[in-house]
Design a protein around this ligand. Structure first.
Ligand code: HEC
Ligand code: HEC
Ligand code: HEC
Ligand code: HEC
Ligand code: HEC
Ligand code: HEC
Ligand code: HEC
Length: 381
């Protein structure tokens, strides 16, 4: 079934097969390479299996789970893959022109030269101009949006420039800063069929092998059934009068801490095996692993010494966006660390804004930083 924890992989040619992958998440893969950990990247096999049960789509779930569905619709999970037509932030951006000095390339986004697309990314270098016809935006927009589209030669590519919220403008895609030979080279990195499937696999609900033109909104982004599994049997059971909890649907609330961390880790970076000391020390040695909460969280004493009480959902609602204020997390920490409960130690320094000192943000990439999930005494103010 889809919840079965997958074994860590030690495949020999894994490194080889991804070593040329570079994009925002290519950086993610590169980090994995440089750390030599047996990190398993989520692929299509991490997708829920059909098992004779069918997918019904989030719309159907929304009919009964009204509040969860309303929250989820706005979440970064749901919005992580959107058609270019739906990228409001892009369509309202200040400037869709960008000159990249180091390579002397002029970029702009403008109305597509083809009727079946809305927008093209255009690169001009010297006398040459080339276009990528944009179909999808990767990224909810909380940080950045990277485009995937098609060239006039028929291949798929991911754009060398991305849109960044902090700038409200275009800039070079993180991890893809390199020197380019001409306009075509400056436009995009080619996606072979295997790379394309890989790329979509953590950003769609199922069937990442579907051609980008054919992927529809019901499977774009991380919808209900990506996490809970196909829902047809559940809906039938409920409609037939079933009332006992968990009727034929993945009840993720019952996952134990380590199982849940691995579950989220299929996309957010798999945690090391419990007794894999080599992997643990590699994670400690490489601060770039901060991008992968599951890998870092398991290093924390909070995780290690709380008898399985600390998991991702202790602090996060997977159906919602992150809270806007960091102090919203205080109550989570204080559930264990208040002097009243007396169970675990209390902070001698402060009663609030715990995360600002104990989970500091690290800048890993040009326009993005990440909270370090290795909770510890890190920063003395
Ligand atoms: C199928 C892959 C996948 C799985 C499984 C998954 N995530 Fe995510 N998650 C993503 C992607 C992709 C994003 C980036 C969204 C974006 O574009 O900003 C994300 C973003 C997030 C964020 C940031 C949200 C925000 O508001 O910016 C949190 C927190 C998060 N995930 C927690 C979890 C937890 C907890 C679980 C397990 C219950 C989980 N995720 C499982 C793929 C996944
Ligand atoms: C192993 C699963 C996985 C794969 C494969 C993957 N992503 Fe992601 N992606 C994530 C997760 C998880 C996040 C959110 C956390 C983060 O940013 O690290 C994310 C976030 C993003 C973001 C928004 C964050 C940002 O940095 O602006 C973009 C854009 C993105 N991915 C593009 C891509 C592209 C393009 C590919 C294909 C080259 C790809 N991803 C492949 C899991 C994946
Ligand atoms: C016809 C109404 C209806 C629809 C449609 C529906 N559900 Fe439910 N669901 C319920 C009810 C009622 C319960 C509580 C009883 C139970 O747990 O079986 C429930 C329980 C759940 C639970 C909790 C299980 C547990 O063990 O506590 C999950 C998860 C869930 N639904 C997910 C989904 C998803 C995902 C979809 C869409 C694929 C969906 N539901 C569609 C009515 C519905
Ligand atoms: C990123 C993975 C993910 C996605 C996407 C997701 N869920 Fe969940 N869901 C979870 C997890 C994890 C839990 C268990 C939460 C806990 O342990 O507190 C859960 C719990 C639930 C529950 C039972 C607990 C409750 O809060 O009532 C229902 C019902 C549910 N989800 C429905 C949905 C529906 C409907 C959607 C789509 C609109 C959806 N989920 C999308 C991960 C996800
Ligand atoms: C599920 C319970 C639990 C939660 C929630 C929790 N912790 Fe902990 N934490 C522990 C335990 C257990 C220890 C180790 C024993 C002790 O300190 O009493 C610990 C240790 C620590 C330490 C000392 C680490 C060291 O290196 O010595 C810090 C700092 C800390 N926690 C901060 C936090 C912060 C900040 C949060 C919220 C973001 C948090 N904890 C959430 C259980 C928890
Ligand atoms: C003790 C509380 C706590 C736990 C447990 C926790 N997180 Fe977080 N997480 C945070 C905080 C705090 C932030 C930063 C929020 C912000 O900046 O708004 C964060 C941010 C994130 C982000 C957004 C990326 C970033 O750094 O801005 C992702 C993705 C994420 N967490 C995933 C996970 C996953 C997956 C797990 C389980 C392995 C997990 N978290 C467990 C507290 C926690
Ligand atoms: C201004 C920065 C700062 C803030 C904010 C902060 N802490 Fe601390 N915390 C520290 C420092 C520094 C230490 C180490 C003190 C020492 O070792 O003498 C510490 C120690 C701890 C410890 C270990 C105590 C022990 O006896 O080993 C825990 C647990 C802890 N903090 C939890 C929290 C929680 C929970 C919050 C929010 C309610 C919080 N901290 C807010 C800086 C901070």
């Amino acid at each position: 079934m889809y919840l079965k924890p997958r074994p860590l992989r030690f495949e020999k040619n894994w490194r080889h097969s991804f070593s040329r992958q570079l994009l925002p998440c290519g950086l993610l893969l590169r980090i994995a390479l440089s750390v030599h950990t047996p990190l398993a990247v989520a692929r299509s096999d991490a997708h829920p299996q059909n098992d004779g049960n069918s997918f019904v789509g989030s719309q159907v779930c929304a009919g009964c789970h009204v509040e969860i569905a309303a929250a989820h619709k706005q979440s970064d999970h749901a919005r992580t893959l959107r058609r270019v037509e739906e990228l409001d932030e892009l369509l309202q951006a200040n400037s869709l022109k960008f000159h990249y000095k180091s390579n002397d390339v002029e970029y702009r986004i403008e109305k597509s030269s083809k009727p079946e697309y809305l927008l093209d990314l255009v690169a001009v270098k010297g006398q040459l101009t080339d276009r990528l016809h944009l179909s999808w935006g990767f990224g909810s927009g909380r940080r950045g949006v990277t485009f995937v589209g098609k060239t006039d030669r028929g291949g798929y590519g991911q754009s060398l420039v991305s849109w960044y919220q902090k700038l409200n403008a275009l800039d070079i895609t993180t991890g893809l800063d390199r020197s380019v030979s001409d306009a075509t080279d400056a436009l995009a990195d080619g996606l072979t069929p295997a790379k394309r499937v890989e790329c979509f696999s953590c950003h769609v609900t199922r069937a990442p092998e579907t051609l980008p033109e054919v992927i529809d909104n019901s499977i774009a982004g991380i919808q209900c059934e990506r996490c809970h599994g196909p829902g047809e049997a559940h809906v039938k059971a409920i409609r037939a009068g079933a009332s006992q909890t968990g009727s034929k649907i993945g009840n993720l609330g019952s996952l134990r801490a380590r199982e849940q961390i691995r579950f989220c880790g299929a996309c957010h970076g798999e945690p090391p095996g419990e007794s894999d000391l080599t992997a643990l020390s590699e994670i400690i040695a490489h601060h770039t692993t901060v991008r992968f909460p599951p890998k870092r969280l398991v290093l924390s004493r909070c995780f290690d010494e709380s008898d399985g009480r600390l998991k991702c959902t202790t602090c996060h609602d997977p159906h919602s966006v992150l809270p806007t204020s960091l102090s919203a997390f205080d109550v989570k920490c204080l559930a264990c660390h208040s002097s009243k409960s007396g169970r675990f130690s209390a902070c001698p320094v402060s009663r609030q804004d715990c995360v600002s000192c104990h989970m500091p943000r690290e800048k890993l990439m040009m326009h993005s930083d990440f909270a370090d999930h290795w909770i510890r005494k890190v920063r003395t103010p």
